[in-house]
Design a protein around this ligand. Structure first.
Ligand code: GLN
Length: 305
């Protein structure tokens, strides 16, 4: 069996699952992982023969995928914001729409002189770590294709920024710590276990969060929900439970004039903005849309209690 033949056979098998949108791509990701090849190497070696042992290992992975296990749990990796993260069943798999949240947070930190930043419900740590890498690490700074971020971040005004990353789950924090070490930003991030903002040791200038916001009924229709930690996705009957709880915890835990950025689900923006205005009439929540045109982030640029 050549690599090309194995890929074709695997893609054909994967194409029977309705939730796999790109079977050929996933087959390729799994074969590359199995053989430890990068994209170019895979293409240069497509006509080479696999050993029987390699064939066996590859098709074990394909059958795991056919049972519904997400490709990123099989490989243990996921790319986010141009960085490679370790993921496993202790944490949610990062979604591409969350890059909007990180981009907007970097923009706000660049504009303001914030000293303390918090990522609430950090999971695998992607938000806190993407912020830290772009704020602190020289050389890796803002070279994403298509990025329109202002080139003002990596300067002295951000060098003293302190980042807190919180989660209710100790196993998730263990993954986040490993990821912070992997990207050499663990010295900039303080990890805290606890319930949303109650985990913070001091009031902060900025709160960013991608909390669980899937409604319990939508969870039932989500294939990956059988494998991902349900507490990272399940937002209760309306999906809003955790987001509204965080909003009600803000007073006294965020500084006056601070900023709040929350990722939200489709159709949730009106209810969340109403709730925000009701609790804090001096705040002006704004909605940001993702690339698919869906309301995805609620931002309060200047918080007043
Ligand atoms: N965007 C994710 C999904 O719909 C949900 C992530 C979350 O609950 N924060 O798959």
């Amino acid at each position: 069996v050549t690599l090309k033949q194995a890929l074709e056979l695997a893609a054909e098998k994967l194409s029977v699952l309705p939730d796999i949108e790109a079977p050929a791509f996933e087959a390729e990701v799994l074969l590359r992982y199995c053989l430890a090849l990068d994209r170019a190497e895979l293409h240069l070696n497509k006509l080479k023969e696999l050993t029987p042992e390699q064939v066996a290992r590859f098709f074990v992975m394909i059958s795991r995928r056919l049972q519904g296990e997400p490709t990123n749990y099989i490989t243990g990796h996921r790319e986010f914001f141009g960085l490679d993260f370790k993921v496993d069943s202790r944490v949610l798999i990062p979604r591409p729409e969350t890059e909007l949240l990180v981009e907007q947070t970097l923009r706000i930190i660049g504009d303001r002189h914030f000293q303390t930043v918090s990522d609430i419900g950090t999971g695998s740590g992607i938000i806190a770590i993407s912020l830290a890498v772009n704020l602190f690490r020289t050389g890796s700074f803002l070279n994403l294709p298509g990025s329109s971020l202002p080139n003002v971040l990596h300067n002295n005004s951000t060098m003293g920024v302190k980042i807190f990353a919180t989660d209710i789950s100790d196993p998730a924090l263990a993954v986040a710590r490993l990821n912070a070490q992997k990207h050499a930003v663990d010295q900039y991030i303080t990890f805290c276990r606890g319930d949303l903002l109650l985990a913070l040791p001091e009031p902060v200038d900025l709160v960013v969060a991608n909390l669980p916001y899937v409604s319990t009924s939508a969870m039932a229709a989500m294939p990956s929900a059988l494998f991902e930690p349900h507490w990272a996705l399940d937002g209760g009957t309306t999906g809003l439970d955790q987001i509204l709880r965080l909003i009600s915890q803000l007073r006294g835990r965020i500084k006056e004039g601070g900023a709040v950025l929350l990722e939200i689900g489709m159709g949730q923006s009106v209810a969340i903005m109403d709730f925000f205005r009701r609790l804090y009439p001096l705040c002006c929540p704004q909605v940001l849309r993702d690339l698919a045109g869906i309301d995805r982030v609620i931002a309060v640029v200047s918080f007043h209690a």
